[in-house]
Unconditional design. Structure first.
Length: 197
């Protein structure tokens, strides 16, 4: 495991928050020095609300010894937000219980599958705040699928709807479709936001 890249500031992951973002990788390679990244994050403590940990290849929860990295990146008095697809949730309650993770961004692309449903149950049971980011993929998402998702995440603080890429480049969701999808879950989910960029 190593840090593949690091961003000092991101304002798009969680509404109203300034987060440093650390991308972890489970492949072979040196990556960035964890002590150097940790020092830079600590130097920014007065201008950030927390640290987000994610991965571009696999779910961070599937990475062995993730807790060691989280322990180094956790800032006192700041959130450590874990971005996960919720399918490797077996250690999640331990990470939350130990204080390494205190906010979760669950990434989905439709109604929750069985593993994601279990992940939400764990978050609800341990009282960990979470949000859901749903990728709107043309041909794979519908108003009924979004309504099913919204009913399964009553404890979510935010529902972010992001426009995804279609396998068919000629099929895109237009603004009217996007607005209709977002409106279909307003009132059923908390703080629904549509992100088109």
């Amino acid at each position: 495991m190593h840090i593949s890249r690091y961003s000092r500031m991101d304002t798009t992951i969680r509404p109203g928050s300034f987060l440093s973002v650390v991308y972890v990788s489970d492949d072979e390679g040196d990556g960035l020095d964890i002590e150097e990244v940790s020092a830079k994050i600590r130097a920014d403590i007065d201008s950030i609300d927390g640290v987000a940990v994610t991965s571009e290849e696999t779910d961070p929860l599937a990475i062995k010894d993730l807790f060691r990295l989280l322990k180094r990146l956790k800032l006192p008095g700041r959130d450590l937000l874990l971005i996960t697809d919720g399918n490797e949730y077996s250690d999640l309650d331990d990470l939350v219980g130990a204080g390494y993770v205190n906010y979760v961004n669950l990434k989905v692309d439709g109604p929750l599958d069985k593993s994601q449903t279990e992940c939400v149950k764990i978050l609800d049971n341990c009282g960990c705040p979470y949000m859901v980011t749903a990728t709107l993929i043309p041909g794979r998402i519908s108003e009924s699928a979004l309504k099913e998702l919204a009913s399964a995440i009553p404890g979510s603080k935010h529902l972010i709807l992001k426009v995804g890429k279609s396998a068919d480049p000629t099929r895109k969701l237009d603004q009217k479709e996007l607005t209709s999808l977002a409106n279909s879950v307003r009132g059923a989910a908390k703080d629904v936001r549509l992100v088109t960029q």
